[in-house]
Ligand binder design. Structure first.
Ligand SMILES: Cc1cc2nc3c(=O)[nH]c(=O)nc-3n(C[C@H](O)[C@H](O)[C@H](O)COP(=O)(O)O)c2cc1C
Length: 247
């Protein structure tokens, strides 16, 4: 499976429409209903990219710890998705970002809250059987939101995220840039740099934040309507990702 083939047209539309509604929910009123849990399990199983997988788990709400840069502790959450990546598989961290964010948007489409959690949880309380080269990159809290809304989105303006003049870009590329602007990122750093060169749309993160990059790729992919393929770079000097429309 590849990023450009990950979504059916119906999923693409549903998840794209969920982008403005998603926000990091830190206060939960309970677990998803049985029907929503079944939908999320189906989604977690269906989305596949090389070197990464999502496992759903029930947890004790005290698994979440501390306060990071003023973000409140997550409360009332008893269900999480555990995001695993195989370190030996190329681009597994980027793929994990795509998969985890697809999960968040599936949940948002169901009216559920989510929050990516990178480090502020008790790892020892998670019981996940890992393969030899696998590691847990993050967990994603999910559940019925008690409070919170997408209205508090604090985002850099588009021209700080893009090189050149994004307003002059083709509609589809501008839509992708706006979708990336709304993506979640660790500490809300929004580390993305986007540019359009001929038929190639580049997204990079200067400090190689691969999870944040994958999250951005998920949002951009959902905005695309014409055929393309993703090229993921390896070398230190290469941009990390580019959508090539010259097919
Ligand atoms: C990889 C990653 C790790 C994150 N880790 C945490 C965390 O440990 N605790 C937390 O409260 N929020 C965490 N967040 C949520 C971000 O703070 C949040 O996405 C960002 O502030 C933007 O806000 P929004 O998601 O409401 O748009 C994380 C987000 C990402 C993408």
């Amino acid at each position: 499976m590849t990023i450009e083939k990950l979504f059916t047209p119906a999923q693409r539309q549903r998840l794209y429409e969920a982008i403005p509604a998603r926000y990091s929910c830190r206060s939960y009123a309970g677990a998803p209903s049985a029907a929503d849990w079944a939908s999320l399990s189906y989604a977690a199983g269906r989305y596949e990219l090389p070197g990464t997988r999502l496992l759903l788990r029930t947890v004790d709400p005290d698994i979440f710890t501390g306060i990071v840069l003023g973000y409140g502790k997550i409360t009332g959450c008893t269900t999480v998705a555990v995001l695993c990546a195989s370190m030996g598989t190329p681009h597994s961290r980027i793929h994990a970002g795509v998969l985890g964010e697809a999960f968040c948007l599936e949940a948002a489409a169901l009216g559920l809250g989510t929050c990516w959690v990178g480090g502020t949880y008790k790892r020892k309380q998670l019981e996940v059987p890992l393969q030899a080269d696998e590691t847990v990159l993050a967990i994603i809290a999910v559940g019925v939101p008690a409070k919170g809304s997408a209205e508090g989105h604090k985002r850099k303006p588009l021209d700080r995220l893009c090189h050149g003049n994004p307003q002059a870009w083709p509609e589809e590329i501008l839509a992708a840039a706006k979708a990336v602007q709304l993506a979640p990122s660790a500490l809300n750093l929004q580390p993305w740099e986007m540019k359009l060169t001929g038929e190639r749309f580049f997204i990079d993160t200067p400090d190689r934040q691969q999870l944040d990059l994958g999250i951005a790729l998920c949002h951009a992919e959902l905005a695309f309507t014409t055929p393309h393929r993703w090229l993921l770079g390896d070398g230190r000097r290469e941009p990390l990702a580019c959508a090539d429309f010259s097919l």
